[in-house]
Write a protein that binds this ligand. Structure first.
Ligand SMILES: *Cc1c(COP(=O)(O)O)cnc(C)c1O
Length: 367
């Protein structure tokens, strides 16, 4: 069996370092808002090319708190991709604003500046593009659009740690960018964690206050806050994962390049297109196939585990059904056709070769 993901293998590859970090934190007696978090925040900010990073409890909170400190709320509209993980929309919902869906650009899984521009109304205050599957979503053009129209750009970079557009890191284009360190992400904790990066020191300060009960000094509450902190153990482990991230992302790029080369010619299968200027980090490697369900079943029979990201556009789920278009959308079609192959540092060359051989056999059989 070739597993889609193997988080135990990620731990075991560097178990000594993670265990030593565990001992260090346990012996320190500090669990919350201590030196490990401060060090991780500095290291992650540098990695993203932004002056500030603020650790929070998870990726959803990173996005929600970003909207809140930017003053987005009731009565405001925020443009979001129809085709994304539901957290993007839930963050907007939790801020009190209204998510407004935008369809992917033709030939892409991502929204682009043109599609977003067409969805702007007098109530639009912010744009929250997602660098889906680890590929930047037209960030330079979207940043220019936002500057021109007076909109706030908040990147959902939860799948794009280290992805580049014109050599610039995902997360460095917006006023704010939210990252998730959910275990399965390219940079994953061993539990829940997230962060916001920003160039703006005032927004960074507001985030530090908001994540900790509106407080920067003990029992001094300057504003309304929540409890959403990135704890010391996760921060210590994330510092190690961050050191490994360039090599892990490089391995993903190698595997993706191999898939791109070896699967490009197959009947009935479309390999992902990478937009100009982009260096994705391949959080997911996603094929399109009109006979997706048959492809997935046949690959399972060959011992290849695959997943579907995502089975439906967000507006087809009950909480947002009122926003669903009456007719079949581009996102509906994409969701019916996508299939994610195993990718990640847990895979050997031999396993990647096995995936390719299986996909080739199955595609020929299905033609
Ligand atoms: C994972 C993810 C999130 C949410 O992150 P959590 O840490 O699970 O809260 C948000 N947006 C996208 C696109 C994601 O993939």
């Amino acid at each position: 069996m070739i597993p889609f993901l193997d988080l135990r293998a990620i731990y075991q590859q560097d178990a000594e370092a993670y265990d030593a970090a565990y001992r260090r934190v346990m012996d320190s007696g500090r669990w919350i808002l201590g030196p490990e978090l401060a060090a991780f925040e500095a290291e992650f900010a540098a990695f993203c090319g932004t002056p500030h990073a603020v650790g929070v409890g998870n990726g959803l909170d990173a996005l929600t708190l970003s909207l809140q400190v930017a003053g987005i709320g009731a009565g405001d509209e925020v443009l979001v991709p129809a085709h994304t993980f539901i957290a993007t929309w839930l963050a907007v919902q939790q801020s009190g604003a209204t998510p407004v869906p935008v369809e992917p650009a033709g030939g892409s899984f991502n929204v682009d500046a043109e599609g977003l521009a067409a969805a702007i109304t007098p109530r639009t205050r912010a744009v929250m593009p997602v660098h889906l599957y680890g590929e930047p979503a037209d960030p330079a053009a979207i940043a220019a659009l936002c500057a021109q129209r007076g909109l706030l750009l908040i990147e959902d970079a939860a799948q794009a740690h280290g992805a580049l557009h014109d050599g610039r890191p995902a997360g460095s284009f917006g006023a704010l960018a939210g990252f998730s360190f959910y275990p399965g992400k390219n940079l994953g904790a061993f539990g829940d964690a997230g962060a916001v990066v920003t160039r703006d020191p005032a927004l960074a300060q507001a985030l530090r206050e908001r994540r900790n009960y509106g407080s920067l000094a003990r029992y001094q509450h300057a504003s309304v806050g929540v409890n959403s902190r990135l704890d010391e153990l996760q921060a210590a482990w994330l510092r190690i994962r961050l050191q490994k991230l360039p090599a892990h992302n490089q391995r993903r790029r190698e595997i993706a390049a191999f898939y791109q080369q070896r699967l490009a010619d197959l009947p009935g299968i479309e390999t992902p297109q990478v937009a100009a200027g982009n260096e994705p980090v391949w959080h997911l490697y996603v094929l399109r196939c009109a006979r997706r369900d048959a492809l997935q079943a046949a690959l399972a029979a060959e011992g290849i585990e695959t997943l579907i990201h995502y089975p439906k556009p967000v507006y087809r789920f009950p909480p947002f059904a009122a926003m669903a278009p009456a007719t079949r959308s581009l996102s509906d079609q994409i969701c019916d056709e996508v299939l994610s192959l195993p990718i990640g540092p847990h895979l050997s060359d031999g396993q990647v070769e096995q995936v390719v051989e299986a996909v080739r056999r199955v595609a020929e059989a299905l033609r």
